[in-house]
Structure formats: C-alpha cells, structure tokens
Design a protein around this ligand. Structure first.
Ligand code: PEP
Length: 247
C-alpha cells in the first residue's frame, strides 16, 4: 500500500513572509492522511524546516549538486540540504533540464548523491509537446527513466517518480486522464521490470497544472499516488484543497 504524497515546488518564489503559508497549511491538516512536502528555494529551507518542526510537513530541495562539497560556485549539495533540514530533493525537473542543460546522466549522478545522503529523490520525467505530437511520449519517458535512475538502491523508500509533461507545466493545460493513466502504467511496468517487485512501492506523482478543480479526477487514476504541484502550492488555501482531494 503506497501512502499518497502531495509535494509542492515553490520554484524561485518565496521570501520569509511566505513561511506564513506553511503555518496555515499545517493548521489545516493537523493529522493528514497523506504525506505533505514543500520544496522552497534553497534560501528558505532551514527556516521552513524550523517552522515545520513538529508538524506533518516535510521540507525538500529543488536540486542538488552531485558532489558533497567543493569548488562549485552557486551550487548546493545533498549533504547541505540534509543538514539544513531537507528530507527530499526534486531532481531533473524540466526547468533544470532546459535552463541548465541537465542530461539524464546528470540527473542520475545527482540522484546517487541524494541517496548517499538519505534524501528521498523525486526524479522528474516528461515529454515536450513536439515529442507527444510525434508519438514519442513513451519512448522519451522510458529513455529518461533508464538514464536518470541508478541501478542500485531504488525502492519505495528512496525514490519517487514525477511524470510532468513539459507542455503542461504552468500552462493550465493538462493531459487527458487516459493519457496520464497510460504513462503512469508504463512507468510502473518499467520500474518493476528493472527493479523487481520492490518497485511496486515507488510512488508515482503527476505534475503539470494540478489545481483544486482537477485534482480529484487525476487522483482517481490507478498508479497516480499524488502530485507535484507548482503554482497551486504557493498559497495554503489552494494546496490544502489539493491535499484534501488526495485524502
Ligand atoms: C512543476 O513545476 O513541477 C509544476 C507542476 O508546475 P505547475 O503545477 O505550476 O504546472
């Protein structure tokens, strides 16, 4: 039985004032039936972890470097995230892949670094609109999964997969429920094929314009174990409604 997960990705949004949203969210879900995670900008991780201490809300990073320490100006390591209070880290988000040229090999190296630090890695995959129109969605997802995940240490306690069609992120456009189901079933089958029955415990999140209005329908799909939410995770009232749809 996989416990559901509502993960918020604040991207490059939020300063200290936004921590009030965490307090509001925890007040609205004192004993949530799902796991709740917020991934703020790196500047807020430590403060958010302090605000969230004693609540059901976990805190995560949005990226990490593959090295533990060293001459990498501007980067943050998994070790540093862990020390700041993070328990999870998003890796291979399409904005990282596009803005920073991250390849599957980069994502894999970062995933290994995260697992070494006992951070749960939320590994993102997703096709562009051009790839979907060309009928390449499943092959793209299969290649990303194969290249982005390490061969060892992958199970439900260490890895979460987020399926995020690039064309659905921040656009208000969402795949049909059948399209989401097809990709999630494909991911599940691929994981079990590669990692064995342990992979049944890996949670699969859908991400891309999840809102309170569409959440319940998406969460009714088998093999959708939760959501990675961008814009609608910034305000407690919206994220709370999405969490409620998962419960
Ligand atoms: C995301 O960036 O991971 C995301 C899903 O964004 P949004 O919910 O805003 O589409």
């Amino acid at each position: 039985m996989r416990r559901r997960l509502a993960a918020g990705n604040w991207k490059m949004n939020g300063t200290g004032a936004a921590l009030a949203e965490v307090t509001a969210l925890s007040g609205g879900h004192p004993n949530p039936q799902v796991d709740i995670l917020i991934c703020p900008p790196a500047t807020l991780i430590q403060r958010m972890a302090e605000v969230a201490r004693g609540t059901a809300i976990a805190v995560g990073g949005q990226d990490c470097h593959k090295a533990r320490t060293g001459a990498h100006t501007g980067d943050v390591s998994a070790h540093m995230l862990h020390e700041a209070g993070a328990s999870h880290v998003i890796l291979g988000h399409s904005e990282r892949r596009t803005d920073h040229g991250e390849t599957d090999a980069t994502v894999r190296a970062k995933t290994e670094a995260a697992l070494d630090e006992k951070l749960v890695a939320i590994v993102c995959v997703g096709e562009t609109e051009t790839q979907r129109d060309a009928g390449e969605t499943l092959s793209v997802i299969g290649t990303q999964l194969q290249g982005s995940l390490p061969d060892h240490g992958v199970n439900g306690a260490t890895i979460v997969i987020a399926y995020e069609p690039v064309w659905a992120i921040g656009t208000g456009r969402v795949p049909t429920l059948d399209q989401i189901a097809e990709v999630h079933d494909f991911i599940r089958a691929g994981l079990v094929d590669r990692f064995g029955e342990d992979a049944q415990g890996i949670r699969l999140l859908y991400g891309g314009s999840v809102k309170p209005a569409n959440a319940a329908d998406i969460f009714a799909i088998s093999n959708v174990d939760g959501a990675l939410v961008g814009g609608a995770s910034l305000k407690a009232v919206d994220f709370s409604a999405i969490i409620s749809a998962l419960e």
